[in-house]
Design a protein around this ligand. Structure first.
Ligand SMILES: Cc1cc2nc3c(=O)[nH]c(=O)nc-3n(C[C@H](O)[C@H](O)[C@H](O)COP(=O)(O)OP(=O)(O)OC[C@H]3O[C@@H](n4cnc5c(N)ncnc54)[C@H](O)[C@@H]3O)c2cc1C
Length: 346
């Protein structure tokens, strides 16, 4: 189904949580999987540039927009496709709003995604950067990713190994070869959460790391924690006009970390060390609320760069550059953007 959107809707700002981004050449909205596949196949055959968008919550689109075809995924569906003693296999369509699915899982007693409550965007986007929060990531529960391969012109069912999930990464990130059409999650049937792994969440729950808590309580507590950081979308709250975390937490070698001095960190089993980007940013002199032209660091969360209403992508990226360069100068650590940058760069 191809739309001929009115002028304001041709601006990709209408499709992104930052509310930034210039015009699209054309916008096609797919409400069925086969429409999405057909759109991608036709654009590939014609050599037309194509941008896939779902919730627009992890993209920064340039002020010049995107001159090609933008495919907006709105295909919905949650289907139980298998069940055994260990739990259920649930197939979720790519365009299904992620948090609606999490709410359904919690209501039905399907355990394993409750700590991912409140993350914006669509289910089919979650494998792209192996979405994670509060000690859970989708790689823990994904059994398969269904995808259309533009190069081979065929439908694939990809295993987690083929997806190559890492920290905020996978084979799909920065790679336009695949259209994810659906995701299969294996979820134990249980009224209790997966073991709580994240210290801040455990503290808020009055629980110990490793405890399980009722699913609804886990969801409500995560939503409360997230809202306090501007991490749940709220049109009235400009602290949420963001892409969530703008920078990933840098991962450095233990040897390099040893040269940095005292700071919070998480050692990884492979000998590398992850450092909280928010701490680096604050300690390089960029507090919450630090502002550029119509854009600013969120008043609630140092990692979120926000559009205050009159911002532009150019201004947002100027602010990101100032922060990245300041952190590099102060600590010698390189920050990398988490969102996908479309027709723009820092
Ligand atoms: C307030 C806020 C809080 C957030 N909190 C978190 C968090 O806690 N943890 C976290 O990991 N992320 C978080 N994010 C980032 C974002 O919500 C997630 O990455 C989300 O999964 C992106 O989904 P989307 O549908 O909006 O993707 P989009 O922004 O529409 O797309 C993102 C990228 O994926 C590609 N893509 C999307 N769908 C498909 C598909 N079906 N097939 C192929 N490619 C596709 C797009 O082309 C683009 O490159 C947050 C964002 C915001 C605004």
């Amino acid at each position: 189904m191809t739309d001929t959107p009115s002028a304001p809707e041709r601006f990709l700002a209408a499709y992104t949580t930052l509310r930034l981004g210039g015009p699209a050449g054309t916008v096609t909205t797919a409400v069925h999987t086969d429409e999405a596949v057909e759109t991608v196949r036709a654009a590939t055959a014609a050599g037309r540039p194509l941008l896939i968008l779902a919730g627009g919550s992890n993209v920064v689109v340039g002020d010049e927009g995107f001159a090609g075809e933008v495919l907006v995924l709105r295909d919905r569906g949650v289907e139980t496709v298998g069940e055994d003693q260990t739990g259920l296999l649930v197939r979720v369509s790519a365009g299904e709003p992620w948090d609606d699915f999490v709410a359904t899982a919690v209501a039905n007693g399907w355990s394993g995604v409750e700590c991912l409550s409140g993350i914006p965007g669509a289910a089919g986007s979650t494998p792209i950067q192996n979405v994670g929060a509060y000690g859970q990531e989708v790689a823990h529960t994904i059994e398969a990713v269904h995808a259309y391969d533009r190069v081979a012109d065929e439908m694939l069912v990809m295993t987690p190994e083929q997806c190559r999930f890492g920290y905020r990464s996978s084979v799909f990130k920065h790679n336009d070869r695949y259209l994810v059409t659906a995701v299969d999650f294996r979820l134990p049937r249980s009224g209790e959460s997966a073991p709580i792994r994240y210290a801040e969440l455990a503290r808020s729950l009055g629980a110990e790391a490793g405890d399980r808590v009722p699913l609804g309580l886990a969801r409500d507590t995560v939503l409360k924690l997230r809202a306090g950081k501007g991490m749940v979308l709220d049109p009235e709250d400009r602290d949420t006009w963001s892409v969530g975390s703008f920078f990933t937490n840098p991962v450095v070698s233990a040897e390099f970390f040893g040269t940095l001095g005292e700071m919070p960190h998480w050692p990884a089993p492979d000998g590398t060390v992850k450092i909280p980007a928010a701490w680096l940013i604050e300690n390089a002199g960029f507090p919450k609320g630090f502002a550029g032209a119509g854009v600013a660091i969120s008043g609630k969360h140092t990692l979120a760069l926000t559009n205050r209403g009159g911002g532009s992508t150019a201004a947002l990226l100027d602010l990101a550059r100032v922060i990245r360069d300041g952190v590099r100068e102060r600590f010698g650590v390189e920050l990398h953007p988490e969102p996908v940058l479309v027709n723009c760069a820092i």
